[in-house]
Design a protein around this ligand. Structure first.
Ligand code: GDP
Length: 299
């Protein structure tokens, strides 16, 4: 919780500090205070809908005279946050062989870094990992992934320049099956300026991976950059409309005051957050834990 709290320092200094200011020395908790709270929540990238929902609960509690003091309001806010995030369960379990994780997201959000950190985590656990360099469009992405593969000490499958991403991922799964590997982590393209092409490509990647596995993929992990705030919520919609996203990684929480966006994303999309990124080091990719997160953010 301490490291998470440090990672969330900007967010805590932002909207949490502003919430605290609202209370500042006030003895009376009145309905006007709730309006101020709402304003802070909306500007904290939690999103209008989610903020309103939280406020409705607070208002109901106030009417029942359950919010007598500041502590009561804080614990009501924490309770609300827990209820929203409740669906989130951190970490991907390696069960079926090879557990296949497709990693999707817009360029720059931290996809490659996340793949490297995940590979390292599984490798440390004694799992045999195969990476698939499915972003064949960007030579730099393939290189970056190769650096991670060397660093971690795992296999990587890459196609020729501009190879079909689906075929690279197909090959990687076949290789993993042949070698008895435990995990396949596949990178995918994230060039958003050709949105419809990208979504068609991702659909094909999913279909092809399923053909190679003869079952659904284990996880479609969407990486979102928390510094983009509300934009991240919209990106999630875009990907969700095209492919069955099953988990979210929220990166760069350490560099933003917009950490409240976690609540908005889970509330709007009902997709669990699996990991959060709170820095550049391998250990800075953390399994998401609702209680720890709420404690780190609000306590
Ligand atoms: P990609 O284009 O989505 O593959 O993005 P990259 O993996 O190359 O990451 C873009 C930048 O974000 C890199 O400089 C990463 O080191 C950085 N980054 C990724 N995750 C985090 C994080 O949790 N915290 C911070 N501070 N930086 C991160």
């Amino acid at each position: 919780v301490a490291a998470l709290r440090r990672g969330l320092a900007s967010t805590r200094g932002g909207f949490i500090a502003r919430l605290a200011q609202i209370f500042g020395g006030k003895k009376e908790i009145d309905p006007a205070l709730l309006d101020q709270i709402q304003e802070v929540l909306i500007t904290a990238d939690i999103g209008v809908r989610t903020s309103e929902k939280m406020l409705e609960t607070l208002r109901a509690k106030m009417e029942r005279a359950e919010l007598r003091d500041e502590d009561a309001v804080w614990s009501a806010i924490r309770e609300e946050a827990r209820a929203i995030l409740g669906a989130s369960a951190g970490g991907i379990e390696v069960r079926s062989k090879p557990t296949t994780i497709l990693v999707v997201g817009v360029n720059g959000v931290g996809k490659t870094t996340t793949i490297g950190k995940l590979a390292s985590r599984f490798h440390e656990e004694g799992k045999k990992v195969v990476l698939a360099a499915g972003d064949t469009f960007r030579a730099a992405a393939v290189l970056q992934l190769e650096v991670w593969a060397r660093r971690v000490g795992c296999e990587i499958v890459k196609g020729k320049d501009r190879a079909d991403p689906a075929s690279v991922i197909f090959e990687a799964i076949k290789k993993a099956q042949g070698d008895g590997a435990d995990v396949v982590i596949a990178d995918t393209a994230g060039r958003l300026h050709t949105k419809s092409n990208l979504m068609e490509e991702l659909k094909k990647v999913v279909r092809t991976a399923e053909k190679a596995l003869e079952r659904p993929v284990d996880e479609i992990l969407l990486v979102l950059d928390s510094t983009t705030g509300q934009n991240a919520i919209q990106q999630a919609q875009l990907f969700k409309d095209a492919i069955p996203v099953s988990g979210i990684v929220l990166t760069k929480l350490d560099g933003t005051a917009k950490g409240g966006v976690v609540l908005g994303i889970v509330d709007e999309h009902r997709i669990p957050v699996r990991y959060v990124g709170i820095g550049e080091r391998i250990e800075d990719l953390r399994e998401f834990d609702t209680d720890a997160f709420v404690q780190a953010l609000f306590a």
